[in-house]
Design a protein around this ligand. Structure first.
Ligand SMILES: *[C@@H]1O[C@H](CO)[C@@H](O)[C@H](O)[C@H]1NC(C)=O
Ligand SMILES: *[C@@H]1O[C@H](CO)[C@@H](O)[C@H](O)[C@H]1NC(C)=O
Ligand SMILES: *[C@@H]1O[C@H](CO)[C@@H](O)[C@H](O)[C@H]1NC(C)=O
Ligand SMILES: *[C@@H]1O[C@H](CO)[C@@H](O)[C@H](O)[C@H]1NC(C)=O
Ligand SMILES: *[C@@H]1O[C@H](CO)[C@@H](O)[C@H](O)[C@H]1NC(C)=O
Ligand SMILES: *[C@@H]1O[C@H](CO)[C@@H](O)[C@H](O)[C@H]1NC(C)=O
Length: 606
């Protein structure tokens, strides 16, 4: 039971906790929380000297002395609003640090505004020990002028340790007065003895969130939590005390759910924002799929679209992932309806669907199978693959009539569309079947990887067959160029050609394309263009005979580290702007902005 003293201690802690942060915000106007890249001087009694520590990923860490001299010290002191640096302290003169060593091999010019603008290895990459932590002594303002001293304010901030103390109170359960009985959501079938647990908490702390019902007269509640989320409930409650929590992609969804269930808004917002950040991180695709289902359940349309769009763009990887065969019928329905599926060609979509259906065996009814198969855009399947479809398809014999009808429709489109039957009402423009998705098989796309471009050879080689600017694609028996870069380095160029349309009668009519990545205004000026932001991609036809009813809806795919598609842009007037910096909202983030640009030619029947 609660003793009087304990209640008082709790009140005091709560009071400190709240007023502490309010103070910082409204009175002192100091940064309420350190931001990534902030520095401080630690471990001495004077504010103007100490061990250099830098804040990153929620932790203060130290800096190794390798490469450290006055230039680096100047940057630190000025970042802390001191006029400059007096000296550098190498070695561990201050109390031994225990956190991470964040920075090593620092190289500053001395003019940077922030230490993290200087070059260094990478966060946390180091071969140093804490013995090599660096310290500085900064010059203090006014020491050599005779200004009257200003009455200055020092804010003491002990909220960090307060948070730990509250965590200990939660862990020990000392003086707790509010029981939470946790049971599994699907009833209380107690297979192995007990699946229920009881956690003893403090009314006083939970009362901040009314949805816990921790009011005067109630002493316990029962909550139902899914089996998957049960392991995270304890750390969720601990967060209520400490406002600190580690979130991983296996826990983020549960924490979001709990936060919304109990009205813990800040945690809900933060975890919500984490969703799109973590989407690219899980190569098994389980996270993306379960987030999608979660969004569907909770009616979160934005999250739902975010998830399915990522999966459509990265459909190829999804089909190779462990999550593929566990996808639900409804999910596949939604996915196959989209025009932004990025795939080699339409035949690939059919093959992956057939393998999904075969894998599911009898659990998908014939009716559902037909529903899914009818979402395949047969007229878009390359003609040569239509011929082999009958013998290669694993479901042809099961759905003979359906396949036959669609193959016929496809041949008709291939042969008749642009001839005398142009106005045939059969080729209904609203029918998705006649419109492409995003097909990337050669020759329909080409990649520019800015990190792998080459300068053209000044002297032509004697044997040009295996020129390093070209490579030979055996499948298409064609030579393709490797990207080249202009002498001023600002334009990367690649030329390639495609047929006018993927249907049979256009196979020999080609369009020459020139793809550019323009890195600066200089690059744009070289092409007589004015550009708004950089880099910008350009894809322009060089020569071709216009074809009635064919319209190019070309697309730029921006691939992060060549691993996943993080942006998809339309070309407007042959130009596509990419969003590569922090001020612009990027659909799915990419660390370091290391992109490969994939240009996709997309002739559409108009
Ligand atoms: C039940 O307990 C047994 C052993 O005590 C364990 O092997 C099994 O995994 C448990 N089952 C569940 C559903 O917890
Ligand atoms: C809180 O009380 C309301 C109304 O009595 C009830 O609907 C809700 O389920 C309770 N919440 C919890 C977590 O027990
Ligand atoms: C997608 O597949 C490619 C090729 O297999 C692979 O290199 C890449 O890492 C994959 N991306 C993800 C996010 O799994
Ligand atoms: C969304 O949820 C509803 C009902 O929970 C379900 O019927 C539907 O199939 C789901 N949609 C998708 C696309 O998974
Ligand atoms: C599917 O059902 C048929 C009969 O309807 C049965 O012969 C066959 O073994 C089943 N296949 C699987 C994989 O369950
Ligand atoms: C981000 O891009 C915008 C417009 O493209 C540009 O104005 C801005 O300077 C860029 N910011 C950084 C940090 O590169």
């Amino acid at each position: 039971m609660l003793t009087h003293r304990k209640v008082c201690t709790l009140w005091l802690l709560m009071l400190l906790h709240d007023t502490g942060s309010a103070f910082k915000l409204s009175f002192f106007k100091r940064n309420p929380d350190p931001q990534d890249g902030d520095v401080r001087l630690f471990g001495s009694k004077s504010v103007s000297q100490g061990r250099v520590e830098v804040y990153h990923e929620g932790k203060w860490g130290t800096v190794c002395d390798d490469g450290w001299d006055m230039a680096e010290a100047q940057v630190v002191c000025r970042q802390l609003n001191f006029p400059g640096a007096k000296s550098v302290i190498i070695g561990n003169d201050y109390k031994q640090a225990i956190g991470p060593i964040w920075l090593d091999d620092m190289k500053c010019e001395g003019t940077e505004n922030r230490l993290t603008s200087c070059s260094f290895k990478n966060w946390g990459v180091t071969d140093c020990s804490h013995k090599e932590d660096v310290g500085v002594i900064c010059e203090e303002a006014g020491t050599d002028t005779n200004l009257t001293p200003i009455d200055s304010t020092y804010s003491l901030d002990h909220t960090f340790s307060l948070s730990d103390e509250l965590g200990q109170i939660f862990d020990s359960g000392d003086g707790c007065d509010f029981l939470i009985l946790v049971q599994r959501e699907t009833g209380n079938r107690q297979e192995n003895g007990s699946t229920e647990t009881t956690i003893c908490t403090h009314k006083l702390i939970l009362s901040k969130f009314p949805l816990f019902n921790a009011s005067e007269e109630i002493t316990s509640i029962t909550v139902s939590i899914s089996q998957a989320c049960q392991p995270h409930f304890n750390s969720f409650l601990r967060y209520i005390y400490t406002r600190k929590i580690d979130v991983t992609f296996s826990s983020v969804q549960c924490l979001h759910w709990m936060a919304s269930k109990f009205g813990v808004k800040q945690l809900m917002d933060e975890t919500g924002r984490m969703f799109t950040k973590i989407l690219p991180e899980d190569a098994s695709f389980h996270t993306q799929v379960s987030l999608y289902e979660y969004a569907n359940e909770t009616g979160d349309l934005v999250l739902q679209e975010n998830c399915i769009q990522f999966l459509a763009w990265n459909y190829q990887n999804l089909t190779e992932s462990p999550a593929w065969t566990s996808l639900s019928f409804g999910f596949l329905q939604a996915l196959l309806s989209r025009s932004d599926l990025v795939v080699p060609d339409e035949y690939f979509v059919l093959q992956t669907l057939e393998s999904w259906i075969t894998e599911k065996g009898n659990s998908t009814s014939l009716e559902s199978q037909v529903d899914l198969l009818s979402r395949i855009r047969f007229p878009m399947i390359p003609a040569e693959k239509l011929y082999e479809l009958q013998s290669m398809s694993s479901l042809y014999s099961t759905h003979k009539a359906m396949y036959r009808e669609n193959i016929f429709k496809a041949f008709e489109f291939n042969i008749l569309l642009f001839s005398s039957h142009l106005s045939d009402p059969k080729f209904n423009k609203d029918d998705d079947g006649y419109h492409p998705r995003i097909y990337i098989a050669k020759p329909w796309s080409t990649d520019i990887d800015p990190s792998r471009v080459v300068q053209p050879d000044p002297v032509p080689r004697r044997y040009p067959t295996y020129n390093r600017h070209e490579y030979y694609d055996y499948r298409y028996q064609q030579i393709y160029p490797v990207s080249t870069v202009s002498p001023n380095g600002q334009t990367i160029t690649e030329s390639f050609s495609t047929p006018i349309h993927n249907s049979l009668i256009f196979q020999d009519k080609t369009v020459q394309w020139k793809a550019n990545v323009l890195k600066s205004q200089q690059g744009c000026s070289d092409h007589g263009l004015t550009c708004e932001s950089f880099p910008v991609a350009r894809l322009a036809p060089q020569s071709h005979t216009r074809q009635q009813n064919v319209l190019f809806r070309n697309q730029l795919l921006v691939m992060c580290h060549g691993k996943y598609i993080s942006q998809l842009q339309d070309f407007k007037d042959n130009m596509a702007h990419t969003t590569v910096n922090e001020t612009h909202v990027v659909a799915y983030p990419c660390p370091d902005d290391q992109y490969i640009y994939r240009f996709v030619v997309r002739p559409d029947y108009n």
